[in-house]
Write a protein that binds this ligand. Structure first.
Ligand code: PLP
Length: 364
């Protein structure tokens, strides 16, 4: 067989039929998108362009340029996150891949609260690890008894993503402290994907695992908060021995990451995005208020997704109906072992959101 054994468990999405249908849509109301609808703020674009013009276009150090690593270190210190080392990665995606390579042996079990960002499952499988899902429905809270039930001698890692894609949950500090307690007792490692930490609507900031547990690898990035998805820039921070392994792995995989984006990111960390977040809060209110009468739905506290349960309990069938009405949303089964919900992104114009809400109320 030509294809490696490693890919045996990596399958194309089970909802390909839905994505095929979506591709045929002409000018859809598209509430499926996982990136902000704003462009990179102008001063940050200018900064990137300026560094390109100045010739900052070569390979950079494998672990990232020192100025940006220092900036991120002081940003994390201010937040109270535990770490010993910081590296720059090709998005959170790149950081998670390096961490998975560094930490997961075949047969290791990784606890993933469900619903979850789909990449986690596949990165674990790629390493020969076993994703073990912990149900968080219906409130999408982390429950001690559910987690403990799923622990075994093979459990090695827990992945926490808050604010959460797809549920929009911000886990309260108590939930995170409970996870830290379990991890400490069992000597487990935690991967904390904090990529949406700018998108918090009802509090100035959100708590994160890295503040509560030293054996946490914290992942952050510039894709969502500053609209830089295509610039592929993120960071990982945590214990030095692991970070050093990840830096070595980066040398043999990504080599280094985008040069000019690193320079622009230094400015990004000082660039206030409160106005952007305020606009997203309005969008959050609009969609939540628009859906709450007809749907069982939690109010998202962060990120830019809302995750209602669909009447009839079949998310995939519901999405097919929505597509017939020219609305594209994603079935919850893409992010979950359940097929009872749908993910709606509110990273869209208010006009699109109004049109989407009207359809959802009609077909709901
Ligand atoms: N983590 C989560 C929870 C996401 O939703 C996404 C993108 O949708 C990523 C990571 C990927 O981030 P990056 O663009 O930094 O690779």
């Amino acid at each position: 067989m030509l294809i490696s054994d490693r890919l045996r468990n990596i399958k194309p999405s089970g909802v390909r039929r839905i994505f095929d249908l979506a591709r045929q849509m002409k000018d859809p109301i598209n509430l499926s998108i996982g990136e902000p609808d704003f462009d990179i703020p102008e001063p940050l674009k200018e900064e990137g362009i300026d560094w390109i013009r100045r010739g900052f276009n070569k390979y950079t150090p494998t672990q990232g340029i020192p100025e940006l690593r220092e900036k991120i270190a002081s940003h994390l210190k201010k937040k109270g996150v535990h770490f010993e080392e910081v590296m720059i990665t090709a998005g959170v995606t790149g950081g998670l891949l390096l961490a998975s390579l560094a930490l997961i042996n075949p047969g290791d079990e990784v606890i993933i609260p469900d619903p979850y960002f789909v990449m986690y499952e596949y990165q674990v499988l790629l390493m020969g690890g076993i994703p073990v899902f912990v149900d968080t429905y219906p409130e999408f809270r982390l429950k001690e008894e559910e987690i403990v039930k799923k622990l075994s001698k093979k459990t090695k890692l827990i992945i926490i993503n808050s604010p959460n894609n797809p549920a929009g949950t911000v886990y309260p500090k108590d939930d995170l402290m409970m996870v830290a307690k379990i991890a400490r007792e069992r000597d487990l490692f935690i991967l904390s994907d904090d990529i949406y930490d700018n998108f918090v609507f009802d509090a100035p900031t959100c708590p994160c695992m890295g503040q509560l547990y030293e054996k946490t690898l914290t992942f952050g990035g510039f894709s969502k908060g500053w609209g830089m998805t295509g610039w592929r820039l993120g960071y990982a921070a945590g214990p030095r021995d692991i970070l050093q392994q990840m830096i070595t792995l980066q040398q043999y995989t990504f080599s280094s990451v985008n040069s000019f984006a690193q320079k622009a990111a230094i400015k990004a960390l000082d660039f206030n995005v409160d106005d952007y977040i305020e606009r997203y809060k309005k969008k959050r209110d609009l969609i939540y208020e628009g859906l709450k009468e007809k749907y069982h739905v939690q109010k998202p506290l962060g990120a830019f997704y809302i995750f209602p349960e669909v009447p009839g309990g079949n998310g995939e069938a519901f999405v097919e109906r929505a597509i017939q009405q020219n609305l594209f949303i994603i079935p919850g089964s893409v992010f979950s072992k359940r097929n009872t919900h749908v993910r709606i992104s509110f990273a869209a114009s208010e006009e699109m959101l109004f049109r989407g809400i009207e359809i959802l109320n009609r077909i709901g």
